[in-house]
Design a protein. Structure first.
Length: 177
C-alpha cells in the first residue's frame, strides 16, 4: 500500500468519526438528553393489582349464623377429632398443646390460664359464633403469628357443625343466634 492510499483511507475513517460526532452533537441539541423526560407523559397506574385482588377475595369468609340452627352436632363431633391432638374439651380438663376449650363460645379471647402467643393474648373480644367461624377458617389469617399450627376448615358446613358441637360443651350453652 502506498502512502497516499493509506492517507486516503485514514482520512476517510477520520472524517467518518468526525461526522458521527457532529451528528451526535446536532442530535443532542435538537432532542436535549439532559431534559428530564421521565415525567413528560405521566401514566396513571392504578394501585390495585391481581395479587391485591386475590387477598381481598380470600378474606371473604362465608358466615355460619344462618347454618347454626340446622347444623349437625354429630358431624361436628367428627370434625372435632381434628382438634383433640391439641385441645381438651371437658370441664376442668388440662391444657394440651393448646388451651382447654370447654365453654369456648362467647368466652373472652386469649384469656384462659395458658401461655398464649402475643397475637392471641392481645385480642380483646369474645369468641362469638362468627369470630370462631373466621378464626377456624384459617387461624393464621385471623391472627398472624398464632402458634395454633392448623391450616383451618375451608368448608363452611364443617365450621358450622363443629361450632354447633362446641356450643354443647358448656354448662349453659349460649343461645343460638
Ligand atoms: C396442632 C395443634 C392444634 C390443633 C390441631 C388445633 N389447635 Fe386450636 N390452638 C392451638 C394452640 C397452640 C392455640 C393457642 C394459640 C396462640 O396462643 O396463638 C390454640 C388456640 C385455639 C383457640 C383460642 C382459644 C382461646 O382461649 O382464646 C380456639 C378457639 C381453638 N384453638 C380452636 C381449635 C379448634 C376448634 C380446632 C379443631 C378444628 C383446633 N383449635 C385445632 C393448637 C391447635
Amino acid at each position: 500500500m502506498d502512502a497516499l492510499k493509506f492517507n486516503k483511507i485514514a482520512a476517510a475513517v477520520l472524517s467518518g468519526i468526525l461526522l458521527i460526532m457532529i451528528f451526535g452533537k446536532i442530535g443532542n441539541i435538537l432532542v436535549n438528553p439532559n431534559t428530564d423526560v421521565s415525567n413528560a407523559y405521566p401514566i396513571e397506574v392504578p394501585e390495585t393489582n391481581l395479587t391485591k385482588a386475590k387477598e381481598v377475595t380470600e378474606v371473604i369468609i362465608e358466615p355460619i349464623t344462618a347454618l347454626l340452627a340446622a347444623a349437625n352436632v354429630e358431624s361436628g363431633l367428627k370434625v372435632a377429632k381434628k382438634c383433640v391432638a391439641c385441645h381438651g374439651f371437658e370441664a376442668g380438663g388440662p391444657n394440651k398443646v393448646g388451651p382447654n376449650l370447654y365453654d369456648i363460645v362467647n368466652k373472652e379471647q386469649g384469656k384462659a390460664d395458658y401461655a398464649y402467643s402475643k397475637v392471641l393474648a392481645s385480642l380483646d373480644g369474645k369468641w362469638t359464633y362468627e369470630e370462631l367461624n373466621k378464626f377456624l377458617y384459617k387461624p393464621k389469617l385471623y391472627s398472624k403469628g398464632t402458634k395454633m399450627n392448623y391450616a383451618g376448615l375451608s368448608k363452611v358446613k364443617d365450621r358450622a357443625n363443629l361450632i354447633a358441637w362446641l356450643r354443647t360443651k358448656s354448662d349453659n350453652p349460649a343461645p343460638l343466634p
